[in-house]
Design a protein around this ligand. Structure first.
Ligand SMILES: CC(C)(COP(=O)(O)OP(=O)(O)OC[C@H]1O[C@@H](n2cnc3c(N)ncnc32)[C@H](O)[C@@H]1O)[C@@H](O)C(=O)NCCC(=O)NCCS
Ligand SMILES: Nc1ncnc2c1ncn2[C@@H]1O[C@H](COP(=O)(O)OP(=O)(O)OP(=O)(O)O)[C@@H](O)[C@H]1O
Length: 193
């Protein structure tokens, strides 16, 4: 059985995945995979250069790898849903393939439903947290402004919409303990598989 873990920026997906790892559960990280594929895939390199222009990448250090110009790509991506979708259309097919080839059962993605990668999993676990908690977490993690965090949130589905499509929810509000919630979900998944 394949299981997707999702939740918007700052909900604590990666934090929860670290707890899963402590239980011996390997989780495919879509964000990390996207970054690796952007660095190494000539098709993605060409696609992003055509879409964003020569600013998309910094000067090439190694002929087999490309260094993304994060500031330029972030600026482009945050401008509109159309821009975000255009980037996703270039990057996500490669992530889909890579996940399937990895043979890993669990995967983490901030934009599981938005990207359509939910089609590759059987069950979805949503990690949630109050928006104010999310904003404060990301501001201190990434040293960015409240406005910037809110711009990211606007590019992602609302928690209500994600909740409607998810099978399980882990509330990571900093108050409710995580381990018992994880334990319950793992037991239920084992029962269902
Ligand atoms: C825009 C980029 C360069 C910013 O990199 P940076 O290291 O500064 O931030 P990071 O990757 O940690 O992203 C911060 C958070 O933004 C959100 N986010 C990232 N990409 C997207 C996206 N395409 N749509 C909506 N939210 C996104 C996620 O919650 C993510 O964890 C990078 O996120 C990227 O290349 N994104 C496009 C690839 C992608 O779609 N990744 C998402 C997983 S498949
Ligand atoms: N329960 C918690 N207790 C303490 N710190 C937490 C908790 N949950 C998350 N954090 C912290 O909040 C920040 C955001 O969490 P994390 O990076 O896991 O979010 P995320 O959902 O993976 O975000 P993104 O979509 O940006 O990848 C991190 O610095 C993390 O260590």
């Amino acid at each position: 059985m394949k299981i997707g873990i999702t939740g918007g920026i700052g909900t604590g997906k990666s934090y929860v995945c670290r707890l899963l790892k402590q239980r011996g559960i390997e989780v495919y990280d879509c964000d990390e995979a996207a970054k690796r594929l952007i660095r190494t895939s000539p098709i993605i390199y060409k696609g992003l250069c055509q879409l964003i222009g020569p600013d998309a990448f910094l000067c090439q250090t190694d002929k087999d790898e490309h260094t993304l110009n994060k500031a330029a790509v972030t600026r482009f991506l945050l401008q509109s849903d159309t821009h975000a979708q255009a980037i996703n259309d270039i990057v996500h097919p490669a992530v889909f393939r890579d996940f399937e080839e990895s043979g890993i059962q669990w995967m983490e993605s901030a934009i599981l439903f938005e990207s359509g990668i939910n089609r590759l999993v059987d069950k979805v676990v949503m990690v949630s947290a109050p928006d104010e908690v999310r904003i404060n977490r990301v501001m201190s993690r990434d040293h960015i402004s409240r406005e910037k965090v809110m711009q990211w949130m606007q590019r992602q589905w609302s928690q209500e919409k994600v909740r409607q499509l998810s099978d399980f929810e882990i509330v990571n509000d900093g108050i409710q303990p995580l381990e018992p919630q994880i334990e319950t979900i793992i037991k239920q998944l084992a029962y269902k598989s």
